[in-house]
Design a protein around this ligand. Structure first.
Ligand code: ADP
Ligand code: MG
Ligand code: ZN
Length: 480
């Protein structure tokens, strides 16, 4: 009989912090730039140079720790993790081993079926990123670019509390949303500002000990993570079922080929010869400083949800969707502040905005239109300056090119036509041109009315005031 296996997963998540400068020097963290132009003696590991800690890194790390229910280590310090690799100019990485800045937190997740669960966080530590190797197979050489060297990272280490790909993705989404709300990082998996390494083992259901785990790297989308988890679970079960033993090792996932291969074996944890970094003084986070950081914590999703209900009276469904993306929540709040019409703003975001976003396969982060333009559009509809159909048409241009609705409508002559005399004439023309539909209507077929309204709208170039058209049509038909 086939045995039942349980998947056990713990994550190590690296997040690039959104500071302007690097963790131990004043170089810019800006992405790109010509190779080795964002560098100085510190971040290229020159002898005699000394690191100075960026205060903002501590504040972001603590903010993430507070938002994930961690205890803040008010006296923490940095350690050197020694290893030799060309992207690491000092031959050690400055990280935290003994006294990480945050410990013992948890992230609450909710699954599709409503199940709630807390994923415990073992620790969060601060460290520096490495440079980048660029391999040129054609010339058969490798280049190194230190622009990324010294960019601040936090590593968030979870306990092995997750049991499925669904839980992993719920955890990562929650983490990403929280960090985005804090403004500590943009957390883009595809650009590497959030990177998740998946530690996974399997064990028979009911077993008390964990199995041997592997660690998977190079996962740059939620889809890749889900696929890699399914694949690695199956691979480990195969090994065990055929009498073998899983080897503790680091594996690299190839999402195109949908399989992973061993990078380095880790049968014994590697010996990095950690020791306290003698160039950096210990970090003391005073009670006052911690209070200051706490007082600056922005509103996160749960509090926002409560406030949106109280302040704007939005339906729960709308609130859930809008607060699920910081960008949507920001646009919602800014637009509502201008036009004071929360439900209409919500409708535009949940309806047309989402529709276009899906059609273009874009994320809310890429939305570029200004709240002022959406507010202007909403006001124009409210004042009856354009009808609903034209508004949708105008909105596609707001979304795509951030056009100014008033100006655009003026230029294109899209103002609502509510000149009663003109409309009456058009309605009469349509009625006399469609005797069959009029007859249908008289004999009780209500759809005939819809058809006639459509014809009048079309004849007006889509600009007619639909209420007036309906009113005039009923009037004329009833008098026939
Ligand atoms: P190391 O320091 O060698 O990287 P840790 O014990 O700190 O190892 O664990 C690293 C990650 O692996 C953590 O996220 C942890 O939850 C996860 N992990 C540890 N043991 C297991 C296991 N048996 N199965 C799955 N994940 C595990
Ligand atoms: Mg580790
Ligand atoms: Zn530098």
């Amino acid at each position: 009989m086939a045995k039942n296996y349980e998947t056990v997963i713990g994550l190590e998540v690296h997040v690039e912090l959104a500071t302007k400068t690097k963790i131990f020097c004043g170089c810019t963290t800006e992405f790109g730039g010509a190779p080795n132009t964002h560098t100085c003696p510190v971040c290229t590991g020159q002898p005699g140079s000394l690191p100075v800690l960026n205060k903002q890194v501590v504040e972001y790390a603590a903010a993430v720790g507070l938002a994930t229910n961690c205890t803040i280590t008010q006296d923490c310090k940095f350690d050197r993790k020694n290893y030799f690799y060309p992207d690491n100019p000092q031959n050690y990485q400055i990280s935290q081993l003994y006294l990480p800045i945050c410990r013992d937190g948890h992230v609450d997740i909710e699954l599709e079926d409503g199940t709630k669960k807390a994923v415990r966080i073992h620790e969060i530590h601060m460290e520096e990123d490495a440079g980048k190797l660029v391999h040129d197979d054609w010339e058969d050489v490798s280049y190194v670019d230190y622009n990324r060297s010294g960019v601040p990272l936090i590593e968030i280490v979870s306990e092995p509390d997750m049991r499925s790909a669904e839980e992993v993705i719920a955890y990562l989404e929650k983490l990403r949303l929280t960090i985005q709300y804090l403004g500590a990082s943009d957390c883009k998996l595809n650009e590497g500002s959030m990177r998740a390494d998946v530690n996974l083992s399997v064990r028979e259901v009911g077993a008390s000990e964990f199995g041997t785990r592997t660690e998977m790297k190079n996962l740059n989308s939620f889809r890749a993570i889900a696929r890699a988890i399914e694949n690695e679970r199956a691979r480990q079960i195969d090994i065990i079922e055929s009498g073998g033993k899983v080897v503790q090792e680091t594996r690299r996932w190839d999402d195109n080929k949908e399989y992973s291969y061993a990078m380095r074996s880790k049968e014994d944890a590697q010996d990095y010869r950690y020791f306290p970094d003698p160039d950096l003084v210990p970090v003391h986070i005073s009670d006052e400083w911690l209070e200051e950081i706490k007082s600056r914590q922005p509103e996160l999703k749960p509090e926002k949800m409560v406030r949106y209900k109280e302040e704007f009276g939005l339906p729960d469904y709308d609130i859930g969707i809008i607060t699920d993306h910081k960008k949507l929540a920001d646009i919602f709040e800014e637009t509502t502040a201008i036009c004071n019409n929360p439900k209409k703003v919500s409708n535009w975001l949940m309806g047309e905005t989402m529709r276009i976003m899906k059609e273009k396969n874009e994320d809310p982060e890429n939305i570029n239109f200004s709240p002022a333009n959406l507010a202007e559009l909403i006001e124009m509809v409210d004042k009856g300056e354009i009808n609903g159909k034209v508004a949708k048409e105008v909105f596609t241009h707001v979304y795509e090119d951030n056009i100014e609705p008033k100006k655009y409508v003026e230029e294109k002559g899209l103002k609502m036509d509510d000149n009663a005399d003109d409309l009456r004439k058009t309605v009469e023309e349509i009625v006399s041109a469609n005797p069959k539909s009029v007859e249908d209507f008289k004999s009780g077929k209500k759809q005939a009315m819809g058809f006639l309204v459509g014809q009048v709208m079309r004849a007006s170039g889509g600009k007619a005031n639909p209420q007036m058209v309906n009113q005039l049509l009923s009037e004329i038909l009833l008098n026939m």
